[in-house]
Design a protein around this ligand. Structure first.
Ligand SMILES: Cc1cc2nc3c(=O)[nH]c(=O)nc-3n(C[C@H](O)[C@H](O)[C@H](O)COP(=O)(O)O)c2cc1C
Length: 404
């Protein structure tokens, strides 16, 4: 059965939600599912914007057929070639043999790379080009490295609809609620939107800002992303733009302390909990504590983008940083996270090394990660004798709170 929604006059959502996939990009857990969005414009010509992941291809094709309602499909505009959006393209071209594909040169090259038979059916566009389909004229804007090199966004100059590719997307299935104003986004969606952006696009902050600057010249009324809700209210669009600007410029959303610990037998964990208690007792209640071994790194990355301060508390492991903690640090570096205030707590029972190694990593592999001047080095377990150092550590963290 078809399952479509009208967005504005002439424009329909024909995508779908997927609760089956365990790992997005075979890395990121998606316990709340994900949506794959595609859109159909009915004008003098009919235009499909992007397709969907194989997993919901059948639903998508039923939706497409229903909205076309016996009409032929004239164009397929591909904004992004990642297979979670382009995988069903071939099926569409087989079923609609008159359809032409409009996309960037790099995108069309990738179509051949992925083995799609598009011979004689493609039309290359670049930034500044536009195509008229009747009442609606679509302008094309480069979105290179948001987050692939071939990406573009499409803008309907007649109604202000921006087809934003992966920008402004989110994990989490739609489950019928297509519009951001149909959910409590700041309560129920923001964490999955942040986890999606920071892990999938986080590395490309400058490119996201470049796209946002270009989008700033457009009179955007509706944002139709490839995942997650559609944005149609000015105040909602301002809200998500504000979040994107913070994430893309690596600005923390909140003044607070993210404590991530690596502990095998509970002593470093205990020290992390003592730290949390002392922070709260001194009035800093915006504290989150995570066990690096038990929390998927995509959640830790997302939290690291959210908070202003990060404490890395790690055991030493065969003279190295605990491997799972090192992996977390490497994810942060790969995603270009920067501009955070950090604290380091090390634990070792004969030759503690993790503290100096974490400091070295933050200094050498990341940017503007300022480390508070007091460090805490624990020998096996936190003892009464360590209280003073712990209190100095807490005060040093809090002092930087006021500096910002
Ligand atoms: C497999 C293993 C390797 C360790 N390697 C080191 C080491 O190289 N240097 C050191 O000082 N302590 C080492 N330790 C001790 C831990 O760093 C830590 O002091 C101990 O696990 C207590 O902390 P926890 O209760 O948080 O795990 C090691 C412990 C284990 C189990």
């Amino acid at each position: 059965m078809y399952n479509v929604r009208k967005i504005v006059d002439d424009l329909y959502w024909v995508g779908g939600s997927d609760h089956r996939l365990e790992l997005f990009e075979n890395i990121h857990p998606i316990p709340d599912g994900v949506s794959y969005n595609a859109y159909v414009l009915l004008d003098e010509k009919t235009v499909l914007f992007d397709t969907v992941d194989w997993s919901i291809c059948r639903q998508f094709l039923e939706n497409l057929e229903h909205v076309l309602n016996g009409r032929d499909l004239d164009y397929v505009i591909i904004n992004h070639m990642e297979p979670d959006h382009a995988a069903s393209m071939e099926e569409v071209l087989l079923r609609y043999p008159n359809a032409k594909v409009i996309s960037t040169e790099k995108s069309i090259m990738m179509m051949y790379q992925f083995g799609f038979n598009v011979e004689g059916r493609t039309e290359t566009v670049a930034e500044g080009d536009s195509r008229c389909f009747g009442k609606h004229t679509i302008a094309f804007v480069d979105a290179q490295m948001v987050h692939w090199p071939e990406a573009m966004v499409s803008y309907d100059t007649s109604n202000g609809v921006l087809f934003s590719a992966d920008a402004f997307g989110s994990f989490k299935a739609l489950d019928g609620k297509l519009f951001a104003d149909e959910v409590n986004f700041d309560r129920d969606w923001i964490d999955e939107a942040r986890r999606y952006l920071t892990n999938i696009v986080g590395k490309y902050g400058p490119e996201v800002m470049h796209l946002i600057k270009k989008a700033g010249t457009l009179d955007i009324k509706v944002i139709c992303p490839l995942h997650g809700p559609v944005w149609r209210k000015p105040e909602d669009i301002q809200y998500i733009l504000g979040k994107y600007i913070k994430w893309a410029t690596y600005e923390p959303e909140e003044k607070g302390v993210l404590i991530v610990y690596a502990s095998m037998y509970g002593n470093t964990e205990s020290a992390a909990q003592v730290l949390a208690t002392k922070l709260v007792e001194k009035g800093m209640t915006n504290v989150r504590v995570y066990d690096v071994s038990k929390t998927h790194v995509s959640y830790l990355v997302s939290e690291a983008f959210k908070y202003s301060h990060i404490v890395f508390a790690s055991v030493t492991y065969n003279l190295q940083i605990y491997p799972v903690m090192k992996e977390f640090l490497e994810h942060l570096a790969m995603l270009n996270l920067q501009n955070r205030i950090c604290g380091i707590i090390e634990n070792g029972s004969w030759a503690p090394q993790s503290g100096s190694l974490i400091r070295e990593f933050l200094d050498d592999e990341m940017k503007q990660m300022s480390i508070i001047n007091s460090e805490l080095s624990i020998i096996s377990s936190l003892q009464e004798k360590d209280q003073r150092d712990m209190d100095l550590f807490v005060d040093s963290l809090l002092d930087t709170m006021n500096e910002e």
